[in-house]
Ligand binder design. Structure first.
Ligand SMILES: [Zn+2]
Length: 358
């Protein structure tokens, strides 16, 4: 079968390879891949600065934003042939730390976890993959290819879950406004979940005009492209989804009293910006504000994300996928183009067309 592979540590090493069928050791559920989402982590692996192949191997099957159809699953595991599923990315470390042992591998304490398509485990970017039933999450069938948004959505489901957990430090905390920085896939999914919570949602992005502005507006949220928004709004929740240092600096201390800043973006190495730490400390202490970082997601978050996507407007979700590239041209999908939101590698465009014609 065909798979997208890379040599971690070597820049621009991606290619479409012929690889053996997925081994049983990957899990008892056999899945035919429908689509694969591409994100900044994939591009980081592609640039040679991140990622690792399974021990003893040179190449890594890329891909962690999966979507596929179950071909075969053991009886009684909760999955049946034909089900649409997404594979969870992270696996607990072999000698689980207290977090991993409790099923919260997203909060791993020793860093010895592994990740499909990223760290020490082959990814989902192959025509077929295997996964353990407990690491496969069922997606609402009516989502179709939009189910590929589940993995990125799980990141925001966790971000919201933890924000609300931190909010409960006060006996009464009811957020009214959220400001999301960045209108990429992560920012837009954060905004969607904010709207689903009935909040007043603002999105700040440097793009002026263009599809992102309309997508934000059609969510019932307000789009901003001036950095002054950050100082003016004083939101209850601020979700930073750019990873850009100047934006992060402006986010810190920018919430209203008892506000929460959630950092979701991974900044490139060696980026620096000056911060008035005294002024920031003063603002944070006097306002009881909290700043926290979040990464990855556990099974509970995937389920929350699956619910959020199932409840979302399909035509709105469709607009997040701005480019679909067939597997044969996967290299095109890996290059980033200005203004795009989510790029998806389509493993079965012919199947999709046939289904649409039915
Ligand atoms: Zn762990």
């Amino acid at each position: 079968m065909r798979a997208i592979t890379v040599s971690p540590g070597i820049a621009n090493s991606a290619r479409l390879d012929e690889v053996p069928e997925p081994p049983l050791s990957d899990g008892s559920v056999l899945v035919r891949t429908r689509a694969l989402g591409v994100c900044a982590t994939d591009r980081e692996i592609l640039s040679g600065v991140y990622g690792s192949a399974p021990p003893g191997e040179q190449r890594l099957v890329l891909g962690h934003e999966s979507l596929g159809t179950v071909m075969d699953a053991p009886e009684g595991c909760g999955l049946s042939p034909g089900d649409l599923v997404v594979g969870i990315v992270r696996r607990p470390d072999p000698e689980p730390c207290m977090a991993c042992a409790a099923g919260e591998w997203d909060m791993c304490r020793n860093g010895r976890y592994t990740e499909r398509g990223i760290k020490d485990r082959h990814g989902y970017g192959a025509e077929r993959f295997r996964v353990e039933p407990e690491f496969a999450v069922k997606v609402d069938a009516s989502l179709g290819i939009l189910g590929v948004l589940l993995e990125p959505a799980s990141i925001l489901a966790k971000a919201w879950d933890h924000t609300e957990g931190i909010g409960r430090r006060a006996r009464v905390w009811q957020p009214r406004t959220v400001l999301v920085t960045g209108a990429g896939p992560i920012g837009l999914l954060a905004a969607l979940m904010g709207r689903q919570r009935g909040l007043e949602v603002h999105v700040l992005d440097h793009n002026k005009g263009g599809p992102k502005e309309a997508i934000v507006r059609d969510l019932g949220a307000t789009y901003h492209n001036d950095a002054a928004t950050l100082r003016r709004l004083a939101p209850d929740v601020l979700m930073e989804c750019t990873g850009a240092i100047s934006v992060i600096r402006d986010c810190l201390g920018a919430t209203g009293a008892a506000g929460i800043v959630c950092l979701t973006g991974v900044t490139e190495l060696d980026k620096r910006v000056e911060v008035d730490i005294g002024g920031l400390n003063r603002a944070m202490v006097l306002d009881n504000s909290a700043v926290f970082g979040t990464v990855n997601a556990n099974r509970l978050h995937y389920q929350m994300a699956a619910d959020a996507l199932a409840r979302a407007d399909r035509s709105w979700l469709e607009r997040l996928i701005t480019r679909r590239v067939p597997l044969e041209r996967c290299n095109e999908a890996l290059e980033h183009r200005k203004g795009e939101i989510k790029v998806v590698i389509d493993f079965a465009p012919a199947v999709a067309e046939a289904a649409a014609g039915e």
